[in-house]
Ligand binder design. Structure first.
Ligand SMILES: NC(=O)c1ccc[n+]([C@@H]2O[C@H](COP(=O)([O-])OP(=O)(O)OC[C@H]3O[C@@H](n4cnc5c(N)ncnc54)[C@H](O)[C@@H]3O)[C@@H](O)[C@H]2O)c1
Length: 290
């Protein structure tokens, strides 16, 4: 797909951060965008702020519910008869900590959103997208943390991203093998630190999945993190989220499977890991808890 003008795009988790950047870039490229997000006030505010930029609407959606994703897909196909660009991007993290100190509800919540949520979005949209006969692209947001290398301080989140990357690769192959007009990509948000709402993901954690006990290391706000880095004399680069989204759209135009910045570096990291595994060794990652 080279041209996004007039195309129908759906972005889950589009009310904030990486997803919000995608919505902005898609609107600027002329796509008509449906933003699906669980956080109604942020969703309403985003749609209001972006209305002047193009055709955008919001649908409150909890991706942990297949019925909600199916209702979203029904709405999109009733309203537009197509979906050309599907971004399964909603995601949460349960913060850092040792694997053995994570709790059953950490796993339940993060995997309900990141893993099963992605499955629900695919199950609801892809059959309809194939049936429409139109060309299209499914983009699954994953993370280098787990998608490339599992970082030792964020086991629950890393495991969910290993799953999301596997889902993207498997889906992309199936769509090609079946001769459909759909393609799939994996998106690794990258290019530097990303100032998004992920550190405060717990704002959307349902009360019934509240953590059983306090976390080993509570989440730090961006302000606190930056103060800490400054005190340590670290010069941390932030990636502009709109520029990141434009990189994603450019990758789609070029029919690439892996989307984002630093793709080559991620490949090298993975090669190193693969080589250790091939020697029967542990791919070592030495890192303090954040
Ligand atoms: N921020 C990073 O450093 C980073 C790095 C790599 C990957 N990612 C991935 O990027 C994606 C976007 O995260 P972000 O960093 O922009 O965080 P964010 O918190 O700014 O955005 C996530 C969005 O998902 C929504 N959401 C949460 N639970 C939901 C649910 N059940 N149903 C529907 N929407 C839900 C939130 O309301 C929010 O708008 C996530 O999948 C995340 O794992 C982020």
């Amino acid at each position: 797909m080279k041209d996004f003008a007039g195309r129908i795009a759906v972005v889950t988790g589009g009310a904030s951060g990486v997803g919000r950047g995608l919505v902005e870039a898609l609107l600027d490229a002329g796509a008509r965008v449906v933003v699906a997000d669980i956080e109604e006030p942020a969703l309403d505010a985003s749609v209001r702020e972006l209305e002047a930029r193009g055709e955008v609407s919001g649908v409150v959606t909890d991706v942990t519910s297949f019925e909600a994703c199916d209702a979203l897909a029904r709405h999109v196909f009733d309203a537009y008869g197509a979906c050309h660009l599907l971004f399964s991007n909603a995601g949460v993290a349960a913060g850092s900590g040792r694997f053995w100190l994570s709790t059953p509800r950490d796993w339940e919540w993060v995997h309900a959103v990141n893993v099963r949520g992605t499955a629900h979005v695919i199950q609801a949209f892809v059959p309809r997208m194939i049936a429409s006969g139109e060309e299209g692209r499914v983009v699954i947001t994953s993370s280098g943390d787990g998608g490339i290398t599992p970082l030792p301080f964020a086991g629950v989140y890393a495991a969910s991203n290993a799953a999301r990357s596997a889902m993207a690769e498997m889906l992309a192959n199936q769509l090609l093998n079946d001769g459909t007009r759909l393609r799939a990509s994996v998106f690794y948000p990258s290019g530097g630190m990303l100032r998004t709402g992920l550190n405060e993901a717990e704002r959307n954690r349902p009360p019934e999945l509240e953590r059983e006990r306090p976390r080993e290391s509570p989440p730090l706000s961006w302000g606190e993190l930056e103060r800490r880095w400054k005190a340590e004399g670290r010069d941390v680069q932030f990636q502009d989220l709109y520029e990141l989204a434009q990189q994603v759209l450019e990758g789609i135009r070029q029919d690439r499977f892996v989307l984002g910045f630093d793709v080559e570096r991620m490949g090298e990291q993975m090669m190193e890991r693969a080589r250790a595994i091939g020697r029967g060794e542990l791919p070592r990652v030495e890192m303090d808890l954040m």
